[in-house]
Every structure is written in C-alpha cells, then in structure tokens.
Design a protein around this ligand. Sequence first.
Ligand code: HEC
Length: 375
Amino acid sequence: MVIILFRLLGLAALVVSFVNSTTHPICLASDVTKIESFRATAVDGRKVEWDKSASIHIYFFLGTECPVARLYANRIQSLAEKLEPRGVRFVGLSSNSQDSESDLLKFAKELEIQFPLIQDLGQSLARFFHASRTAEVIVVDRSGTIQYRGRVDDQFTPGVKRSAPSSSELTRAIDEILDGRTVTIPSTPPVGCLISFERSEQKDAPVTFTKTIAPILYRHCLECHRAGEIGPFDISEYSELRGWADMIVEVIDQKRMPPWHASPEHGAFKNARQMTTVEIDSIKQWVAAGTPYGNADELPEMPSKVEGWRLAKAPDKIVAMREQPYIVPANGTVDYQYFVVDPKLTDDCWVSAAQVIPGNRCHRPPCDCFHPPAR
Ligand code: HEC
C-alpha cells in the first residue's frame, strides 16, 4: 500500500511517498501545510484518492480500542451518510501501532463504518497533520488547506459522557465552509486517547518491562485489562501495551486509573486500588526511555485469570439485580441506572465481601453499590 502526498511550491515539487510498512519509515517535511494529492489503499482494499470535486475532506484519527474514538466513530458515520451527497469526504486514519489491519476491519464491521479506514504505519500521517489523539478530526477544504482541527463536539471526553453535546464545532465548521463563510472556530483541543509516537529505546535503561513494569501492571491493571475483561486493551500483550504508553501515563497522572473513587478524607481503606509514588515514577521513567522490554528471563509469571467469583470462598447469598435483562443500546450512552434490590435478609449480618457480575462484559458497565439508609 502506498500513500503519496505532493506539495507544489512554485516550480519545485515535493513528493513524499509513504510505503505502508514499518520497515520503511518515512520523513515528511514539517513545513508541508497543504495537501494537493492523496492516494492510499484502505484496509478493505478500496482505493482512496484525493477527490478534486469534493468540497471538504475530513480526516478522523481513530483507535479501535479507545472508548472515546469508538463513540465518535458512530457520529462520524452518521455525518458521512448525511454529508457525502454534499461533497464531503470522510477518511478514518489509525496511527496506533497497536491497531492491526484485522483490528480495523473488525472495528468497521462492529460499528458499521462505511467510510474508508487507512492504516498509518510509521505514523507519518499523524505527524503530518500534527494529530495527537484518537477522536481528533482535521477538516481540509477543496484547496487543500486545513480549516478546522480538534474535537468533534463536547459530548465525550475520557471518563465523561454527556447525554448530548452543547457545542458541535465540527458540524459548525462544515456548515460554514459549505456556505462559503469563514470558519469561526478553527481549532479546539482534541479529545480522546493519546497516540503514542514511537520513540527510540534508551540503551541499558534501568527500568524495563520485564523487571519493573510487568509486576506493577499485573498488580494494578491486569484484572481488568486482559482478554475478555472490561478494560479496552490487553496489557499481557507487550506489543499492544507499548501503543498505550503515553495514555497510561496520562490516566495515572489524572488518577483515573486504576479506578478508585473513595475519598482520602475518610481514612485509609483496605484493598484500596492505589499505586505508590515509586510505582508511578517507574512507569513514567519506562515510557520516557521508549518502553524497553528487558531480559525475558526476568518476566514474572502472569497471575492466572479468575473466572466467575473472585471472593475468598463461594458466596453465601446471590441476589439478582433484575428479573429481566437491561437492554443496552448498540450506540451512544446510557445514563446511570439505579436498581434497588432487596436481599431479603432476615437477621443482621456483616458483609465481608461482595462482587457484581454483569451478564455481558462487552458493555464495560461501571457499577457502584450503595446501601440505602435504614428506614
Ligand atoms: C477495575 C477495572 C480496571 C482497573 C483495575 C484498571 N482499569 Fe483501565 N480501564 C477500565 C475500563 C472499564 C476502561 C474503559 C473506560 C471507558 O469505557 O470509558 C479503562 C480504560 C483505560 C484506558 C483508556 C483510556 C480511557 O480513559 O478510557 C487506559 C489507558 C487505562 N484504562 C489504563 C489503566 C492502567 C494503567 C491501569 C493500572 C494502573 C488500569 N487501567 C486499571 C478498567 C480498569
């Protein structure tokens, strides 16, 4: 697969060819600001070319596992259906090293994406567009000039989901361009998961995956971030994990991961999901050093996956949350649902452990349990 970007500068033509292979890294000149030609093959084999007759070209950076990008992929698909007849062309780009061609094909199938998806191996397109997050959009007019870049709207950011957007900068920019007006908001901060740009590995780095990082991640993250669990990626796959490196630092810094909402004002909690400062610093050091793997002999054994109950012993009581399953729509968001359950306890008892098991883990339901005050 070959992507070619041309820039014409007076008589001099800068031709940059992008071979879609990690063994052929390419350098795009940092001063390229206009796209005058674009040729690529999408993961489904479709040829994608710069369409001169189109009025707007939209490049949507996505990641197949990023929760925010998944939510916006639906939005982009609906926009594409509505706006393609008006000459707006949509292209999805994945610059994530952890997204394979088959991941992208699966993503398109699952989310019913019709617009072409291009794998940006070598990350040259992300660098060219200065894209940093998955769910970032770049709007290019028919002259090849970038007119808008940033978020789609303000509905979703990692960890926050509103039921509707209060401002929709992408559609506003599209409407303004189609009406021949100036784009009033040319950029907004992008939202979503960080694209981890590949860094060269520091030689003899003191912190390596096998020795220091794997034990930390196994302790704090693996229970949710492994195949079949609720977290979006599998940290037991080192090659996949590397693509999440920068985002891992961000979520740890923002204290979003590991999820732990108990207020420190109310004392120390047993089994608190918290990392130590030393562990956090080690992860940062490892990412800054280019995520070195280390010596395979030092890799600790991965804790085995616990199926079913994770309690010390089989539960004494099992309570159904509902008689009928709660139907989760395929797209969009669901506001918090409150299910009041009466466990029908006749005597006072001390609950030493409890676990919630969802009927379908695909929906990644966050769940909090409250004990309503006794009447
Ligand atoms: C109790 C389960 C659980 C644990 C433990 C956990 N995660 Fe997560 N993580 C999740 C879920 C669920 C999501 C998806 C959130 C969503 O869909 O919005 C997520 C999302 C993420 C993301 C994607 C970005 C985002 O904000 O959605 C990153 C990165 C991440 N986790 C890193 C970590 C790291 C690093 C650890 C360990 C230090 C960790 N997680 C521990 C459940 C967990």
